[in-house]
Design a protein around this ligand. Structure first.
Ligand SMILES: Cc1cc2nc3c(=O)[nH]c(=O)nc-3n(C[C@H](O)[C@H](O)[C@H](O)COP(=O)(O)OP(=O)(O)OC[C@H]3O[C@@H](n4cnc5c(N)ncnc54)[C@H](O)[C@@H]3O)c2cc1C
Length: 624
């Protein structure tokens, strides 16, 4: 008899989505199997060894707040740390680290291998087992059957993956890995809409062949930030610098002279590429008047000589790559260790997913990561965690959950995908969120940890730590609110003396924090105000909540208003043609998407607030 085994949840793919999915499902108590092509590549960073950045750092903090692995792994692997937008408001401040790719992979592997309820198996999955229209398990390349009522598919760039370097092309999931062709062919037979996308990566360079004396050094921040709410900068390994160089006119001439040999411009590639991470040939064509583009020279790790030249992703033929690299200052004698390439792959229209990432067409089957049209480790990890958690909740017969847009960037990501779909690789930015001031990196735990704890993906220890932080914040806030300074009283005089500011009316110490020039650290220099708190996270909460309380309150009211409409149902079979005043474009979009609620309708791109008002008026009249 052929081998057959049963689990609660099966996760296919050991990338960033798959590892978070498998860990979340098993944390939530499901007996979970993680099946991947190769156990050695679990947690592998296919492209740039960096975690976080604008919008993405928020996702990492949220993954961590929900008990996920990415923040902890990045803390153990980050070799250059920065807080981006440090001089701007707390809403858009973002943590980023350059990671040692070997340390990162090892950290993820260690967490996966030591997770209770989780087992690994190395095999390619070639088919899904379906019974009565719902998923019942998977069949591997060897013909082994594994059964489960929930299956999470996280195949990344591997489905029918095709690699391009110049006119050369071959099947592959990424350089050095096989594609998932059999599974892709099977999925194309299912009721899920597939299309093609593409992405690319730069050639890697041996640092010993680079002349660093002509590059600009970019050291990391001091003090260093970190990702995990359970971690600290002490978790980081040795730190190194990154460097900056740039393309030249010679680089651009070379590229322009070789476009006929580019798979991008000779029509060889079908898929659409990432708008915010374009190839160097794309940049040279699209921004024809620019004579130079910046290149970040980033080390791939502490124990390797390879560097990642961020900014020259390319699929041009190797001889052109060789010449273009050598036209860059500092790279005149550069030795390429791995050629750059583009890869195109199948992805699925995420509008075919429920907000909890289960496919609408095949109950029990969940999709997460790059196969939903996103790009980036953080976007993949966030979806993986939500899909894995919901796969486990389904086994327990519990309601699915996904944070709302006003609760998390994860909510923004999944709502954008499942409501509007995407026709190009989707990456997160802070600008995609309408309630940015609420969705800060610093309060991701306050927003999400209780929700995760209620669903079993957050440990008691993490939850208790959060509660202690919340209580300490409230205590310190109340204490400062009770300390009154007035012109002429002792506290007022002490503040004027220590801080050099005028106390012209009666005011409490919390109010002082609202002054633009004031922060918690300065406040603590006034001995008469008491010792305050040493915990930096508590201090940040006290300061940010006090400073932005007016804005936060206004945004909270706006969220409440939206939430009231969010759940207003649009009945099945609703006749949009009867709504007076809708433009032809809005009408078309509403009829195509058939939103279930006013909230969903409002988020369809192109559906204006005015159109929503017309819809609401019509629904009200209809109900009367
Ligand atoms: C060339 C290249 C360039 C990229 N450039 C960028 C960029 O510029 N910016 C950016 O943000 N992101 C980039 N990425 C994307 C980034 O790597 C992905 O967004 C991220 O890795 C997606 O995570 P994932 O978990 O969805 O998939 P992956 O990390 O691709 O993991 C998929 C996993 O599934 C396994 N698998 C697949 N099919 C099967 C199967 N049938 N059976 C068993 N196992 C299977 C694979 O072996 C792999 O372990 C690039 C990726 C590549 C390959």
């Amino acid at each position: 008899m052929l081998h057959s085994e049963t689990f609660d949840v099966i996760v296919v793919g050991g990338g960033h989505a798959g590892t978070e999915a498998a860990l979340a499902a098993s944390r939530a108590g499901a007996r979970t199997l993680l099946l991947s092509h190769n156990i050695e590549t679990i947690g592998q960073m296919s492209c740039n060894p960096a975690i976080g950045g604008i919008g993405k750092g928020h996702l990492v903090k949220e993954i961590d707040a929900l008990g996920g692995a990415m923040g902890i792994a990045a803390d153990r692997a980050g070799i250059q740390w920065r807080t981006l937008n440090a001089s701007k408001g707390p809403a858009v401040r973002a943590t980023r680290c350059q990671a040692d790719r070997t340390l990162y992979k090892a950290a993820i592997r260690a967490m996966v291998e030591t997770q209770p309820n989780l087992v690994l198996f190395q095999q390619a999955v070639d088919d899904l087992i379906l019974v009565g229209g719902r998923v019942a398990g998977v069949r591997t390349q060897m013909g082994l059957d594994f059964h489960a009522a929930s299956v999470v598919l996280t195949a990344g760039t591997f489905l029918a993956g095709k690699i391009h370097i110049g006119q050369a092309q071959y099947a592959g999931g990424r350089a050095g890995d096989p594609p998932a062709s059999a599974l892709a062919a099977k999925l194309r037979e299912l009721p899920v809409a597939a299309d093609r996308l593409k992405t690319g990566t730069p050639p890697r360079i041996d640092s010993r062949s680079i002349d660093f004396s002509v590059l600009d050094e970019q050291p990391g921040d001091d003090p260093m930030p970190h990702f995990s709410f359970l971690g600290s900068a002490a978790d980081h390994p040795r730190q190194v610098s990154c460097w900056i160089t740039h393309t030249t006119e010679a680089t651009h001439d070379l590229i322009r002279g070789s476009l006929d040999r580019s798979p991008l411009y000779s029509g060889q590639i079908e898929g659409v590429g990432p708008r915010y991470c374009p190839s160097i040939e794309d940049k040279v064509v699209r921004f024809a008047d620019k004579t130079s583009h910046q290149i970040f020279v980033e080390p791939e790790g502490l124990d390797t000589f390879e560097i990642y030249p961020n900014g020259i992703s390319t699929s041009l033929p190797f001889d052109v790559q060789y010449a273009l690299v050598r036209s860059i200052p500092g790279f005149e004698r550069a030795h390429i260790t791995r050629p750059g390439y583009a890869i195109e792959y199948d992805y699925f229209d995420p509008r075919g997913l429920h907000p909890w990432l289960e496919t609408k067409g095949i109950p029990g089957l969940y999709f997460a990561g790059q196969i939903n049209g996103t790009t980036g480790y953080e976007e993949a990890g966030a979806q993986g965690l939500i899909a894995g958690m919901n796969a486990a909740l389904a086994i327990r017969g519990e309601a699915p959950w996904c944070p709302r847009r006003d609760e998390a960037y994860i909510g923004v990501l999944i709502d954008d995908l499942t409501t509007n779909g995407t026709i190009e690789p989707y990456r997160m930015f802070t600008s995609r969120a309408e309630y940015r001031l609420h969705l800060r990196e610093d309060n991701a735990d306050l927003r999400l940890t209780p929700q995760g704890h209620a669903r079993g993906v957050v440990s008691d220890a993490r939850f208790q730590r959060l509660e202690a932080k919340r209580e300490a914040t409230e205590r310190e806030t109340a204490r400062l609110r009770g300390l009154w300074a007035a012109p002429g009283n002792a506290l007022g005089a002490a503040i004027e003396h220590a801080l050099g500011i005028a106390v012209s009316r009666e005011t409490h110490a919390l109010d002082l924090l609202r002054r633009p020039e004031m922060d918690y650290a300065k406040l603590r220099t006034v001995a008469e105000l008491g010792p305050g708190v040493d915990d930096a996270e508590v201090a940040t909460q006290v300061e940010v909540q006090a400073k932005y309380s007016g804005y936060l309150e206004r945004q909270r009211e706006e969220i409440e208003r939206q939430r009231r409409h969010e759940t207003t149902a649009i009945p099945d079979g609703f006749d949009y043609d009867r709504v007076r005043g809708l433009s032809a474009e809005v009408l078309l979009k509403l009829k195509r998407s058939l939103p279930a609620t006013i909230g969903q309708a409002a988020r369809i791109s192109g559906v204006t607030p005015a159109a929503i008002s017309l819809l609401l008026v019509h629904l009200k009249r209809r109900a009367a």
